[in-house]
Ligand binder design. Structure first.
Ligand code: NAD
Length: 360
């Protein structure tokens, strides 16, 4: 039976980059027999403009019925004055919550062709291949009580709560450990167990589940040290697993090791393997509509989708190989251009990837 993919272009550069990813999917369908059906919908500011809500019911229904969702990006200055409840980002958070996407996978891979795009020395980052597994639906971003209250003295007090159950910790650890078994078999669990009881529990559960994976090397690191080690010697890591907030921060740090935000894909999975796939960058309003955005992060997100939700690893490899080929050809969008390379626009980059897939 055909697999269904919901396409949500979103705002800003979203429609431009998603159009290139759709070209890649169309090529795999037409030329290589990939059995998929695409539907599309509105999310974020575009959905607010059309329906008054960043996650309309019809988009949510389509998402629930799909095997996977491909999202561009949401947000932009136009919607910033809106009430927080209907801001574009709520569309994204709503999808994560409604689909139960608890596992966020963010690879930070440095293509050898782009070694000098990093701000770190090439020998520190060349060959970098880290996978950060971030818990996405729990922790301090969702814990209660939360809010800002006014004390009897008149002073205000802000409150957020870090909370994890054992089962929440266990399921994210299992995702990370299973991923590691298909890679370098090393996991570093990141916590702050010396200060936060909640992450003391995290460490205890991670250790217990880790014992079920005898071939796996599990280590633990405090988050402050992990941040330091990521910029000091990032190649020591294979898979990192951590809480929602620590993962938010560390994965952005890891992304920057690679030098280009326009190259990095991500996946968010639920317990059934259904997933939402999106580039890690935002809607880049500063370059929207100019045809210069880098579509490769979105195209690589399609590769992750094929691997993790559609069980089509061969097609995923086709895409990853084609991206490497176009980089070998010296083609670069402006964000990754350097001396001696050829700068191309969004559509030309997408066309080059399609061509490389066809010719492989
Ligand atoms: P951003 O990632 O959109 O842009 C940061 C910088 O990177 C900009 O200079 C931009 O031009 C550049 N950039 C990003 N993607 C690029 C690409 N594919 N090719 C070339 N250059 C690229 O982050 P921001 O400026 O902080 O946020 C802009 C908007 O995006 C905000 O409304 C924010 O809320 C939203 N946002 C959305 C998501 C999401 O949809 N997942 C994530 C982050 C930010």
């Amino acid at each position: 039976m055909s697999k269904t993919i919901l396409i949500l272009p979103g705002d800003g550069i979203g429609p431009e980059i998603v159009a290139e990813a759709v070209k890649v999917l169309a090529c795999l369908k037409q030329d290589f027999g990939l059995d998929i059906e695409l539907t599309d919908g509105l999310v974020g500011g575009a959905a607010y403009d059309a329906h008054g809500h960043p996650l309309p019911e019809q988009t949510l229904a389509l998402a629930r019925a799909s095997d996977a969702v491909l999202l561009g990006a949401v947000g932009g200055p136009k919607w910033e004055p809106l009430d927080i409840a209907v801001r574009p980002e709520k569309g994204l958070l709503g999808l994560r919550a409604e689909l139960g996407l608890f596992a966020n996978l963010r690879p930070a891979i440095l293509y050898p062709q782009l070694a000098d795009a990093s701000t770190l020395k090439p020998d520190v980052v060349s060959g970098l291949d880290i996978l950060i597994v971030r818990e996405l639906t729990g922790g301090i971003y969702f814990g209660r009580p939360r809010g800002v209250e006014t004390l009897a003295s008149g002073e205000r007090r802000g409150i957020n709560t870090l909370v994890y159950t054992e089962s929440e910790i266990e399921r994210i650890c299992r995702v990370a450990f299973d991923m590691a078994m298909k890679r370098g078999k090393r996991v570093c669990s990141v916590d702050k167990a010396n200060v936060l009881e909640c992450t003391e529990l995290w460490r205890e559960v991670a250790t217990r589940i880790g014992a079920e994976y005898p071939e796996l090397t599990l280590s633990h690191m405090y988050v402050d040290n992990a941040a330091m080690q990521l910029v000091r010697a990032p190649k020591q890591f294979d898979v990192m697993v951590t809480t929602n907030m620590f993962g938010d921060i560390l994965s952005d740090c890891a992304a920057m090791l690679t030098g280009s935000i326009g190259m990095l894909p991500s996946a968010s999975l639920n317990a059934d393997g259904q997933g939402m796939y999106e580039p890690i960058h935002g809607s880049a309003p500063d370059i929207a509509g100019q045809g210069v955005a880098n579509p490769l992060a979105t195209i690589l997100s399609v590769a992750m989708m094929l691997r993790y939700s559609l069980d089509e690893p061969t097609h995923a490899e086709r895409i990853e190989q084609a991206v490497s080929t176009v980089l070998d050809q010296g083609l670069r969008t402006a964000d990754i251009a350097s001396e001696g390379t050829t700068t191309v626009g969004t559509a030309a980059m997408g066309d080059a990837v399609v061509e490389a897939i066809r010719r492989a």
